[in-house]
Design a protein around this ligand. Sequence first.
Ligand SMILES: *Cc1c(COP(=O)(O)O)cnc(C)c1O
Length: 220
Amino acid sequence: MDIKKRIEQIKAFLPAHVRLVAVSKNHSVERICEALEAGQLAFGENRVQELVPKARALPQAEWHMIGHLQTNKVKYIVPFIHLIQSVDSLKLLMEINKQAQRINRIVSCLLQVHIAQEETKYGFSQTEIDNLIATKEVSSLSHIRILGLMGMATFTSDEQQIRREFKSLRQLFESLKSSNLPEQMHMEILSMGMSHDYRIAIEEGSTMVRIGTAIFGERK
Ligand SMILES: *Cc1c(COP(=O)(O)O)cnc(C)c1O
């Protein structure tokens, strides 16, 4: 099946309030073009070295950073990035703010929350998010907007576990939404769900899914 058909099938399944980010890491500019021509606008990449040349080749697309971001690489993506979904420390948030301020741009971010059992995944714990808000350190960051949360469930075939992890992220999202947040924080986007678990994520309240394999096929 071609990319266009796969995108159409996934979009037909998504409720109107759920946005699709096509994860194009490891796939060529030609393949991304095929997706663009099928009407897909948003693309996610996890490495700065790959993201920058692709964004240069296809500036008409909307680029999302979804992988761990080193502070020394922030400056390369801040001029064009649409959404940094993988913010996992206050230090990174401060560097994004600094680089954004230099070019007089406001950069949209999501806080990545660690919900999986696996030790290797990056992200804030729920307690760290609470502390981040309580300490009001975000309040002084004038050139960022925190628009929501991103999380990845454990890579497992245990659907109940995946569902529990998505539920916990949704609960955090809702509790933040109803609490007293700094001015630059608005809980609008809940980014959860990948190729193998996006159906569960949507049932658990996702508003943005990040899908690679189910659109472009297996990565090499
Ligand atoms: C690679 C990746 C995805 C997409 O994974 P697929 O299983 O190919 O859909 C989604 N989110 C993040 C953070 C990723 O690194």
